[in-house]
Each structure stands twice: as structure tokens, then as C-alpha cells.
Design a protein around this ligand. Structure first.
Ligand code: DGJ
Length: 702
């Protein structure tokens, strides 16, 4: 089997080499190499062939997409596992290579180990690498997969690692370190994607930023336990990739069974924006991807919490319609005995106590006002104080020692791997959906999976993750057009696999715009703005205690799928009018705000930002400072992403109250400048006090 394959798309080349009949090695992943002949590929292979060095195997160690220890590679092997201590170091022989467009499938086997491996590699039209591996047990006894990672090599000039970390209400802080020898291994053990997920694990040339410096980023698309890793070996190999983190027994394969790992995505670019835009472009090209006409949403959680009163909610709906809101979402508290977070979870039946006539009076009112109706659910969870847990205590995930997992938010995890439990939840949800005109589910997931055992107590995070996907898929199949928002106490479940069945993510429970600036900036590294739930909340944030004016709250939130999460009944008429003006402006500009290319500027002044969205006709930028100093001098701010050959009319945008600024730059009266000038010289910025945003619009002339 001799194959060298050059995939080219979106300015990227990926060269795969299985010419020695072994698993594919990546000869190049990065900038487009142009047309390369078969001889050219052979020369490339010769030019980059590994060499034999002293005190190493006599044959050069070639690192493939699933690195093999049997070659003498001393980094982490792609496949770990054994058949009770045997068949633990496969040496794969490729037995088939199929190419369908830009998807290449490698079939390999190791007859001695009784294993088969399939590696799929695709280069999407947007230049995004998608790859995954699956292993099949061909032997007569069980084989237990410990880990199956797919790893992509990167050149030695990549010397820094940047990924994200965080916690509840504090999602997506960037962390940057030198890439030293060893593993930068990020494990997600929360049974959900996690607040602390790397989201995208990048390696790049020293000092890479939003707009410059070569960067390679990987994302493991999986909502259960996962691993992202960047490894540099002492022998000079550098790889990035990941896979699922399997708990003991989760990877056990009976004879004939297959374990399929998650898709691992790789994005290369000059700067982080280029890396992000490949993810965005790929998502946007999917059939069924939400367009730019996202409905402005009101979520009533922070207005009423568990206190559901029909009159109050109808009044909120009236006010919502008045300010231009298009979707009304009823959050937690509508079902069973759920009057607080200690009980009722898992009983997906409209509470007769709170809703004696069902949800219809509210749904009809909302629909009558021309808004869609959305509903909160948390289908994977249960309070022990619930009808379902009382009737079926055995449906609660537990480790099998006669004890339950520690409680979190007074709740446990309902074992959806038990067919009866799954059917119970599905049927209750289907009945609610059938009985009410519901366009949207806010799908929550409020605890980590700790000691999450299946029916026999063995770990079942893998199976539970698949069951959650299946449940979403089934509900959507039954109700085509039903949208789902992925929420997990905020941004705890944001990954590209859950995004195959959801249209929005809840970025964080914290809507304090000071925090949201960072959260939107970095969640945008994976997802485009139309998928980011972005709400204007009350002046004082209930989660941080900080207060901000409406201009800062709104001008922060408009760079996402806009919503409101504020007790509108407590807002003054002036505030409602101002909010209405912002919503009106957002609707007018959502095509650009949600359809443009993301651009971010590397601002030397630490806690300041310049970011924007650019379409061929119009660009909208946000310039601001979160600095705790008294004022912030940003000087001349460049606006990237514009067409250098085009002239733009530039002006500040003030949909409602102006931001609090010092100094009135001359260009505020309007100025016409070329894209080249705006991206190289920029505009003089007024002095920005902390937590203020200036919006700037550049409209193509003619
Ligand atoms: C956590 C979510 O992130 C909140 O927005 C809200 O839906 C609560 N759960 C409800 O319990």
C-alpha cells in the first residue's frame, strides 16, 4: 500500500504519508504548499524523513496520527490498552486507503494483537482538519482500550502553548506558557465539557497573537471526559491532539466490538483570528446552521428565579414585546415540586400547584404577542426529593458500593443508560412538547459527573454522554425546528459535538459585562457570535455585585445572540426606552454582527480590547477598557480586517446613551478613510474610563 496524499483547502495543506504501509504520518500541516507532483511529495518525504540518532532504534522513528510505541517512539502512544496484559503494543499495517473527496480513511490491522484500527482524516473546504480513530477487537477475549488519542505533529518553531481555563462564573481565561519538554495535558474529568476545558489548545511561534504568528489549535469534540495534550519529546517530536478520557472498564471491548473516539479538530492560521475563523466558517457551512436572524431572547431566570406567577410573567412578556424581544424563555421551576433547587428535578410534568391550567395561559399570551416560547429543562439530572427518584432509586448513577455520589446543587445524575429511565424522561419531555407550542429548550446540566456508575456500578460517563446526545437527537427528530441551547451552569458544555444538535450556548451564568468581554472574546475562539447566548442583565450583577451602566452592558452583549435577563418590571421607562433602542439597533445590524468575520486586536494596554466583525459592506468594532485605573489612553486604535483598497465612512455608533468618555476626537463628526489607513494607522481614541465601550462603524462607500 503506497500512498502519499496531499489535501489542500482554504489556504491549508495537509500531507499524509502511508507509503511504507504504516499508519499515516503527517509530513506537513500548515500553509498551502501549492500544487505538488507525486515526485514533489516524494522529495518532501525525503526532505523531512526522520534520522537515526545515537542511542535510538536503528530504524528511524516515524510518528503517525496514532503514535506507536512499537516504533521506538517514547512519547505517549496513541492507543493504550491490553487484553489482560497482552496485545498491548500494536504495530499497525495499513491494509486499505480510501479517499472520498477530501476525506481519507485508513484501515490498519495488527493480526498478532487481534486488533483493527480505522483512522479518518478530512480537510474541510475551510481548511479545518477533522480526524478520529476507532479500534475493533478481533481477538477471542476482551480487549480494554485505555486511551485512543489522535495526534497531529507541528514544527519546532512552535514554542508557546495557549489554552483556556476557568470555573463557574469565570469561564475562559487564557493561559499561556512556554512549551517545554513533557506533556501539557489537560484532562476534563467532570463528565461534561467543563468550565475548565481548554476549548482550543494552541501551540504557536513565540508571541503569537490575534493577528499574527503561526498557530496550530486542536479541539476535542466531546461532551464527556476528555484529554487535550501538547507533547514535546526530548528527541524533538512535537504533537498536539487528544481524545476521550476513558474511565476503568469504559473501553472494554468484547470480541467484535468497536470503540470510536471523538472527532479531533485541528485549525492552523497566521494568528488566533485565522484559527478561530476556520472553526466559524466550518460551522456556518453546515446545513441547518442558524442564520443571522436570531430572535432577541428574554430569559426570566434572574427576574423571577423559582417564583412563578402567571400575572407577573405575563407582565414581563408584555414589557418584552414592547422593547422588541422575539423569544420568551421560562426558566427553572415550572415542573413537579420544583419550588427551589432542592426538589422536583426529574419530574417533567407541569406543576399543577403553580400552573393549575398548564403552561397554555402563558404560552398563548407569549405567542399572542408575536414571540416564540422557550422552556428550561435539565433532563440528565434528578433531585432525590422527586417522584422519579422515589419510584426508581436504582435510576440514580452511583458507584455500586451501596453509597451515592456526593450531592451537588442538591442533585444527582439520572442514569440515561438504563433504557427505562431514558424512555421515562424522553416520554415526559415529548408530552410537554406535544402539549405546548415550544420553539426552544434551554437544556441545562448543573453538576459534574462524580462516581457516575451505570446499572452495575461500573463507570458510565461515556455511555451517559452518548445517551444525552441520543435524547437531544430524538427530541429534535420528533419536533423538527426545535432549537436547543446548551447550558451547563453557564458555559460548562461548549464543544463541537454538542453543537451538532444545539443552536446556542449559554456562555456563562455571569452577565457582568466586565467579565463577559473576556468570555465572549475567548469563547469566540471556537464559536461564531450567532451561537453565543449574550444577555443584557440588570445594572447590578447578582453574581459579581458590580454595577454598570446600560451602555456598557448593551454594547458588550450585542456581539452575540442578543438576549435580556433582567427584571423588566423593575426597569424605569427611560431604561426600557434605552433598551428598546439597543434592541432595535441590534436587529438592524444583526446581519453584520452575527454574520461577519471576527477580528480582535492585540492591545498592549493589558485590560483593554478592540474587537469587531467585518462583512464586505460594513464593519462594527468595539473599543473599550476594563482598566481599574482612572482613565485609559488607547492612543490610535487600528481596525483590522478591512479591504485595503476600499474607502469607508467611519463614525461612532451611539444607539442610545453615549458612553462616558473624555475628549471628542475630530473623526466623531464622520470621516472617510481607506481600509489601508484604518488597518495601519487607525483612529485616535478618546480617553476611556474603565468599563466603557465605544462602538465604531465603518461602512463601505458607494
Ligand atoms: C443554571 C443556569 O446556568 C441558569 O441560567 C439557570 O437556568 C439555572 N441553572 C436554573 O436552575
Amino acid at each position: 500500500m503506497t500512498e502519499r496524499i496531499h489535501l489542500r483547502a482554504g489556504g491549508v495543506s495537509l500531507v499524509l504519508d502511508s507509503s511504507d504501509g504504516r499508519l499515516p504520518a503527517v509530513l506537513h500541516w500548515g500553509a498551502d504548499l501549492g500544487d505538488v507532483s507525486a515526485e514533489g511529495l516524494a522529495s518532501l518525504a525525503a526532505a523531512t524523513a526522520p534520522v537515526v540518532v545515537p542511542s535510538s532504534p536503528d530504524a528511524p522513528v516515524r510518528v503517525s496520527l496514532v503514535p506507536e510505541a512499537s516504533t521506538g517512539y517514547l512519547g505517549r502512544p496513541g492507543l493504550t490498552g491490553s487484553r489482560a496484559g497482552r496485545d498491548w503494543s500494536p504495530r499497525w499495517a495499513v491494509v486499505g486507503v480510501e479517499r472520498s473527496g477530501d476525506l481519507v480513511t485508513y484501515r490498519a490491522e495488527d493480526a498478532a494483537c487481534g486488533l483493527r484500527l480505522v483512522v479518518e482524516v478530512e480537510l474541510t473546504p475551510q481548511g479545518l482538519v477533522r480526524t478520529r480513530a476507532s479500534v475493533t477487537n478481533e481477538g477471542a477475549d476482551d480487549f480494554e482500550v485505555g486511551e485512543l488519542l489522535v495526534m497531529l505533529p507541528v514544527p519546532r518553531r512552535a514554542r508557546e502553548v495557549l489554552d483556556l481555563a476557568g470555573g463557574w462564573g469565570s469561564e475562559r481565561h487564557p493561559q499561556r506558557t512556554p512549551w517545554v519538554i513533557g506533556q501539557h495535558r489537560r484532562e476534563g474529568r467532570a463528565g461534561r465539557t467543563g468550565f475548565d476545558a481548554p476549548t482550543v489548545l494552541h501551540v504557536g511561534v513565540p508571541g503569537f497573537g490575534f493577528g499574527s504568528g503561526e498557530v496550530w489549535g486542536v479541539h476535542v469534540a466531546w461532551s464527556g471526559n476528555h484529554v487535550h495534550t501538547a507533547e514535546r519529546t526530548a528527541s524533538g517530536v512535537q504533537v498536539v491532539g487528544g481524545g476521550e478520557l476513558l474511565l476503568p472498564g469504559e473501553g472494554r471491548l468484547a470480541p467484535g466490538q468497536t470503540y470510536a473516539g471523538p472527532w479531533v479538530y485541528g485549525s492552523w492560521g497566521e494568528g488566533l483570528d485565522a484559527v478561530a475563523r476556520r472553526f466559524h466558517a466550518w460551522l456556518r457551512a453546515r446545513p441547518g446552521h442558524p442564520g443571522v436572524e436570531r430572535p432577541v431572547t428574554l430569559n426570566v431566570w434572574e427576574a423571577v428565579y423559582f417564583d412563578h406567577s402567571l400575572d407577573r410573567l405575563k407582565h414581563l412578556a408584555d414589557l418584552a414585546a414592547q422593547v422588541g424581544i422575539e423569544r420568551f424563555v421560562l426558566d427553572d421551576g415550572w415542573f413537579g415540586s420544583r419550588r427551589d433547587d432542592t426538589r422536583g428535578l426529574g419530574d417533567w410534568v407541569v406543576s399543577p400547584e403553580v400552573w393549575p391550567d398548564g403552561l397554555a395561559p402563558l404560552v398563548d399570551h407569549v405567542r399572542g404577542l408575536g414571540m416564540q416560547f422557550g422552556l428550561w429543562v435539565e433532563p440528565e439530572m434528578v433531585n432525590l426529593d422527586s417522584d422519579v427518584a422515589r419510584a426508581h432509586p436504582e435510576w440514580v448513577m452511583q458507584p455500586g458500593y451501596g453509597r451515592l455520589p456526593v450531592e451537588a446543587r442538591h442533585q444527582q445524575v439520572l442514569n440515561l443508560t438504563i433504557p427505562e429511565a431514558y424512555a421515562h424522561v424522553r416520554d415526559q419531555l415529548l408530552a410537554v412538547l406535544r402539549g405546548n407550542d415550544i420553539a426552544y429548550l434551554k437544556w441545562d446540566h448543573n453538576r459534574d459527573l462524580v462516581d457516575a456508575g451505570g446499572p452495575d456500578g461500573s463507570p458510565a460517563v461515556h455511555a451517559q454522554t452518548l445517551a444525552a446526545y441520543r435524547l437531544m437527537d430524538e427530541l429534535r427528530a420528533a419536533f423538527p425546528g426545535l432549537e436547543i441551547e446548551s447550558c451547563s451552569s453557564g458555559g460548562g458544555r461548549i464543544d463541537l459535538e454538542v453543537l451538532q444538535r444545539t443552536e446556542r450556548v449559554w456562555v456563562s451564568d455571569v452577565m457582568d459585562p466586565h467579565e463577559r468581554q473576556r468570555m465572549l472574546r475567548w469563547t469566540g475562539q471556537l464559536l461564531p457570535p450567532e451561537l453565543l447566548g449574550s444577555h443584557i442583565a440588570s445594572a447590578q450583577s447578582p453574581t459579581t455585585g458590580r454595577a454598570h451602566d446600560l451602555t456598557f452592558r448593551a454594547s458588550t452583549a450585542v456581539f452575540g445572540h442578543l438576549g435580556v435577563e433582567w427584571d423588566l418590571a423593575a426597569a424605569s421607562p427611560d431604561e426600557l426606552a434605552e433598551l428598546g433602542a439597543w434592541i432595535g439597533w441590534w436587529k438592524e445590524h444583526r446581519a453584520a454582527l452575527l454574520g461577519g468575520d471576527l477580528v480582535r486586536v492585540d492591545v498592549p494596554e493589558g485590560d483593554a480590547w478592540v474587537h469587531g466583525v467585518v462583512t464586505p459592506e460594513r464593519a462594527i468594532f468595539s473599543v473599550g477598557s476594563g482598566s481599574s485605573g482612572p482613565v485609559s489612553h488607547l492612543g490610535d486604535v487600528v481596525l483590522p480586517g478591512l479591504d485595503p483598497e476600499v474607502e469607508y465612512d467611519v463614525r461612532p455608533v451611539i444607539p442610545a446613551s453615549p458612553p462616558f468618555l473624555f475628549g471628542m476626537p475630530e473623526w466623531f463628526a464622520g470621516v472617510r478613510l481607506s481600509g489601508r489607513v484604518l488597518t495601519t494607522v487607525g483612529l485616535r481614541c478618546p480617553v476611556m474610563p474603565p468599563d466603557q465601550v465605544l462602538l465604531v462603524e465603518a461602512v463601505r462607500c458607494g
